[in-house]
Design a protein around this ligand. Structure first.
Ligand code: GDP
Ligand code: ZN
Length: 463
């Protein structure tokens, strides 16, 4: 176990804000027990065994009055979330009581924790690495169970293990290079060293690229697949949307800090979180949509990863349809021919000419016909390699990791190029070291304080 660094004692409410069955106030640090003992009436918490839950009351030493009936968990370092002494006060959960307890803890020696500070300590005290801390954050806002799986695997340290293996490989190469540079008397030392470096750089680059290949999938799992439904008025967009949003699947979240009343809506389609773009436009009154029409679609289309283009199979193709087909030609697109319960009027030859036969699907939204095949097509379109098979593999889901992997790859390219151009080994070596650093930033083995602050501040309070 890593040795605990000297930190002050922090506290925060660790359960989500608002009224609930119980709330938990968490304290971490050397003084955790000292602080709680001053305001706890019950057993002497300094003497209870570690990892026990203890019944008692929190009271205000000033007034001697009870604040709440509580259960206090006592967990001594180092086997705790932060590797420090941790005390958790389970209280009854009224906002008033919980806040009063926190205030008492703060006045008796603890400091208010910053967002993510508990997890930051777990990292600084060596219990988890950086990519694992980020996984904690991802699990907190995982959108679907598959996103959750990806985050859990990361928390397990799968990504870290792989990165650490790569770094070990680089370190071995660097060590080898050092030895060879130290013994230049061997004639072909330089040649052999160059070859060894190049072979390894090529090998590591392959592995980095394999990781990067999972990034798109990973990012979709994490952030959702931006999807828009376009089509002229009355073709059935809202009806199709509603079919996709089977009640139990719809997840609607408020996005604080974005434009007024912008809602992010997520639908879970076979484990793929679709993030619906501009559903407000679809849900508003029809004539309003008609007015905004193509212009609004253009915007939605440009910010989408996937476009569902709806055509009315019971009507002939109009100019507006053709315009929308053209607009979506460069997008990943599924063409939905809706209203198949009505007599067909759409000229299929023309449609096939314009959009091809692939990724065309027929539905009758009013009868909820075709929703399943549509879902299947959406999932297949983005996970052609089959997401199941990659489920247990390491998947990169985090934008910071992706950019660092790109840096690592760039450095490896320089190594390979440098050797091919016959640059001196000690120059090439610097690029390899650079790669080693980039990979190290993923796990936090090389890190700087600024990065840490920026990262952990994204956590919610109390985590
Ligand atoms: P939007 O303007 O594209 O969003 O279209 P809506 O979903 O609001 O549907 C317009 C009208 O078409 C409504 O009266 C729907 O009930 C009807 N509609 C939608 N889908 C179908 C369908 O598959 N078959 C039939 N017969 N009517 C449909
Ligand atoms: Zn509509």
């Amino acid at each position: 176990m890593a040795t605990t660094t000297d930190f002050d004692t922090i506290a925060a409410i660790s359960t989500p804000p608002g009224e609930g069955g119980i709330s938990i106030v968490r304290i971490s640090g050397d003084d955790a027990l000292k602080v709680i003992s001053k305001i706890f009436r019950g057993k002497d918490l300094n003497k209870v065994a570690s990892h026990t839950i203890n019944y008692g009351h929190i009271f205000d030493p000033d007034t001697k009055e009870d604040v709440d009936e509580v259960m206090v968990s006592v967990m001594r370092a180092p086997k705790t979330y932060t590797c420090e002494d941790v005390v958790e006060v389970n209280c009854h959960g009224g906002i008033l009581a919980t806040n009063t307890i926190l205030q008492l803890i703060l006045s008796y020696g603890a400091r208010m924790a910053e967002p993510g500070e508990f997890t930051k300590r777990a990292f600084l005290n060596g219990r988890i690495d950086l990519s694992q801390s980020e996984a904690v954050m991802d699990i907190i806002d995982a959108k679907t169970s598959r996103s959750m799986k990806a985050a859990e695997s990361q928390l397990d340290g799968n990504l870290s293990r792989l990165i650490k293996k790569l770094r070990k490989q680089i370190l071995d190469v660097l060590a080898n290079v050092e030895v060879n540079i130290d013994y230049p008397e061997y004639d072909d030392a330089e040649v052999m060293t160059s070859k060894m470096m190049k072979d390894n750089a090529v090998d590591i680059k392959k592995k980095v690229e394999k990781l990067l290949a999972t990034a798109k999938q990973g990012q979709v799992l994490r952030d959702g697949l931006a999807t828009s439904i376009v089509g002229r008025p009355n073709v059935g967009k809202s009806s199709i949307l509603n079919n996709l949003l089977h009640q139990d699947k719809a997840i609607v979240t408020d996005v604080p800090g974005t434009t007024r009343d912008v809602l992010e809506e997520y639908v879970n389609v076979r484990g793929v979180p679709l993030k619906l773009v501009d559903t407000a436009g679809i849900r508003k009154t029809e004539d309003k949509v008609e007015k905004i029409g193509v212009e609004r679609s253009r915007k939605a289309i440009s910010s989408s990863d996937l476009v569902l283009l709806v055509l009315n199979s019971s009507e002939e193709l109009t100019d507006e349809d053709k315009q929308l087909i053209k607009l979506t030609d460069d997008s990943k697109r599924i063409v939905i021919l809706n209203k198949t319960d009505l007599p067909a009027k759409l000229d299929m030859d023309t449609v096939n000419d314009l959009v091809g036969k692939e990724n065309v699907i027929t539905t009758s939204a009013i009868k909820d016909d075709g929703t399943e095949p549509l879902e299947e097509m959406i999932a297949k379109l983005f996970f052609t390699q089959g997401i199941q098979s990659s489920q247990n593999d390491v998947m990169v889901t985090n934008a910071r990791h992706i950019s660092l992997l790109h840096n690592a790859k760039e450095s490896l390219n320089k190594v390979i190029q440098g050797i091919d151009e016959g640059l001196p080994v000690d120059l090439v070596q610097m690029d390899l070291r650079e790669c080693w650093n980039s990979l190290g930033e993923i796990t936090g083995d090389s890190y700087n304080g600024e990065l840490l602050d920026q990262l952990f501040s994204q956590f919610c309070l109390g985590k």
